[in-house]
Design a protein around this ligand. Sequence first.
Ligand code: NI
Length: 151
Amino acid sequence: MDAMVVWKHWTQVREGLNTALDLLADDQLDFTPRAGLWSLRETVCHIATVEKGWFRYIITHEVSGWAEAEYPPASYPSVAALKALLAEEHARSVAYFLPDLEEKLAQPVLLPWGKETSVAWILLHVLEHEIHHRGEVYLMLGMLGIEAPDV
Ligand code: NI
C-alpha cells in the first residue's frame, strides 16, 4: 500500500477528532461515562501523549521516557488548548515523517522491551490508537446528547 494513503487517512481521522472537539463546550471536557473512567480532556491528552511517546521516545529518543511524554490534563483548560496541543504534537510528526515517509517506514526500531519492529508498525499502531480513542470521544458526545461526526 502507498504510504501516503495511510498518512492521508490519519489526516481524515484527525479532522474527525477536531470536528468532535468543536462540538464541545469547555465545561463539558471533564465529562466521564462513569466515575473512574477517563474524561474527554484526559482522553484527548492521552492521544497526544501516545503520539509523542511512540515517535519521540520509542523511535527518536528525543524524550527520555513515557513520563516525559505525558501531557497533564490540568494544563489544557479548554477545547482550544486541547486542539492546539493535538496540532502542535502532530506538526512534529509531520516534520519527522513527511520529508521521506517511505524510507522512514522501512527503518527497524528496537522496542524498550527488546522486541524489534519497524517504524511502519509504529505508525499503524499510533493511528489505530487514535481511531480507538476517537471512538470513545464520539461515544461521550452521544452521552452528552451531541450527535458525533460520521465516519
Ligand atoms: Ni490508549
